[in-house]
Ligand binder design. Structure first.
Ligand code: ATP
Ligand code: MG
Ligand code: MG
Ligand code: MG
Length: 481
């Protein structure tokens, strides 16, 4: 089943169960405290927190997401994309645990001919909060899940909150057992003993309680919420890789065509070499993410979202180079990614002229940077190796700073390229040189403005204005689930 169809089935299923279908919001987060939309619930946060009344009692969506915290996982686990689509169903003070569990079971296990995904219910495992007997009952008596497939976990592992007093509640995370070929059978209270056997596909969050003050997960539950909510998220690509019988998320119909093109360009075969495979998966993931991020209006820059985009493009371009291809990569790959995505996102076709211009321009600029800086970096790396005296080879902070300042090498590029040659970078020294430079620039600017350079008052003001506002709620939730 193609990913676009799995997506459509989700929407059709929940529409048939009385949910209003709400279109995805852009990847540029509508919540100003986070850069990107990281989950399906982001546009619904006010309804979940109860600060605004939801316009509908139940809703469903397929939300475009970017998670930069997963960038290092890409290509190495079977299940993490920087871009992915989160299917969600939501109840705002309407149905609760029992129905949410019913819907999940029904959609996952119903026959494909009947509109479901046709997954084998005997392979589902669910982790719940250890005290959540309601969830246990809904899963066992309700839908008939084997009690041996329910794992009770403490609050630290399976409980959502916003990091402050207010709504909180247990989660039920659904996993699919891919079988003994992928690792040992679950035991000892976890369904993911570090391997890929139990693939997390769907997280059901039950916004049930009012919590009080406390650190971490150590707070009292003061009672039940008057308006309980359901907030769920299922990875569309994860379901797709199961239903398409693939080994991982990068082999599904929406991602793999880029890998196939990289195979042609490089003359290397996917599956022949572990590290090359990782590079191919990184390319396919990052090209798709760049496509979607530019599509939603982001341009490359040196900070914020633009920097994330820059990093995605640079990592993709470099990975193609490491596969031995010297030619420009994106003109060959971006159209392939667009064609793979346009069934669900037809707007990509209409906007592709603009999108490709932004992407190709960034690749050109990066190729120039690489040409001028690579020799300098290589020289610094060999010097570091020579002077390491048998200890670990470390490239000096001053060298990293020079690469940044003169050759436009961002620190993460220096880190990555040095690491490829087994060399560390004195990042601390680099950071302090950067801070000094910033300080000098500020002093200069202020001296120009005011004629003297007493920075103290200015600095505290600057700090107050620029200190990042953190959205603790979601960070905490991610830690919890
Ligand atoms: P994991 O433990 O695998 O990193 P998670 O617990 O961080 O996942 P949630 O925050 O619970 O994920 O998000 C809900 C669902 O979204 C997950 O169950 C999964 O199916 C999907 N999902 C999360 N992160 C990704 C990702 N980087 N790529 C693809 N799907 C994802
Ligand atoms: Mg995660
Ligand atoms: Mg989860
Ligand atoms: Mg998880």
């Amino acid at each position: 089943m193609r990913t676009a169809e799995i997506r459509q089935r989700w929407l059709d299923y929940f529409e048939s169960k009385g949910h209003t279908i709400v279109p995805s919001v852009p990847l540029v987060s509508p919540d100003p405290t986070i850069l990107f939309t990281i989950a399906g619930m982001v546009p619904f946060i006010p309804y979940i927190l109860g600060t605004e009344k939801a316009p509908w009692p139940r809703a469903a969506s397929v939300q475009k997401c970017i998670r930069t915290n997963d960038i290092e996982n890409v290509g190495r686990t079977t299940r993490h994309g920087t871009f992915f689509q989160m299917n969600g169903n939501f109840s705002f003070g309407d149905y609760f645990k029992r129905e949410a569990v019913d819907f999940a079971w029904d959609l996952l296990t119903s026959d494909q001919a009947a509109g479901g995904y046709g997954l084998d219910g005997d392979r589902l495992w669910v982790t719940i909060w250890e005290k959540d007997d309601e969830a246990y009952d809904a899963l066992t008596q309700g839908v008939g899940l084997d009690p041996k497939h329910i794992v009770r976990l403490p609050r630290e592992e399976n409980f959502w909150d916003t990091g402050q007093p207010g709504p909180a509640g247990p989660c039920a995370e659904w996993h699919y057992d891919r079988g003994p070929a992928y690792g040992p059978e679950a035991e000892g209270g976890t369904v993911d003993p570090g391997g890929d056997r139990y693939l997390e596909i769907w997280n059901l969050v039950f916004d049930q309680f009012v919590r009080g003050e406390g650190q971490g997960k150590d707070y009292p539950l003061l009672g039940e919420l008057e308006h309980k909510s359901i907030d769920t998220g299922a990875g569309l690509e994860r379901i797709a890789y199961l239903l398409q019988g693939k080994e991982n998320l990068y082999e599904i119909d929406e991602v793999y065509p880029v890998i196939a093109t990289v195979e042609e360009m490089s003359g290397k075969r996917y599956g022949a070499d572990g590290e090359d495979d990782v590079r191919m998966r990184v390319v396919a993931d990052h090209v798709r993410s760049a496509l979607m991020v530019i599509g939603d209006g982001v341009s490359p820059s040196n900070e914020g979202r633009g920097y994330v985009l820059r990093r995605l493009i640079r990592r993709a371009v470099r990975s193609v180079r490491l596969l031995g291809v010297e030619d420009e990569a994106l003109p060959a790959l971006l159209p392939v990614s667009k064609d793979a995505m346009k069934a669900s996102y037809p707007e990509l076709e209409a906007d592709f002229g603009r999108i490709s211009q932004v992407a190709y321009g960034e690749e050109d600029a990066f190729r120039r940077t690489l040409t001028s800086g690579t020799t300098i970096l290589d020289t610094a790396v060999s010097r570091a190796k020579k002077t390491s005296d048998g200890g670990p080879a470390v490239l000096g902070g001053d060298e990293a700073f020079r690469l940044h300042d003169t050759y436009g090498f961002p620190i993460d590029l220096t880190l990555e390229m040095a690491a490829e040659q087994g060399v560390q970078v004195d990042e601390k020294a680099f950071r302090s040189l950067m801070a000094e430079q910033k300080q000098r620039a500020r002093a200069d600017a202020l001296a120009k403005k005011t004629g003297h350079a007493d920075l103290r008052a200015y600095e505290s003001l600057q700090k107050a204005l620029t200190s990042p506002v953190e959205f603790l709620g979601y960070t905490d939730r991610q830690a919890a689930v």
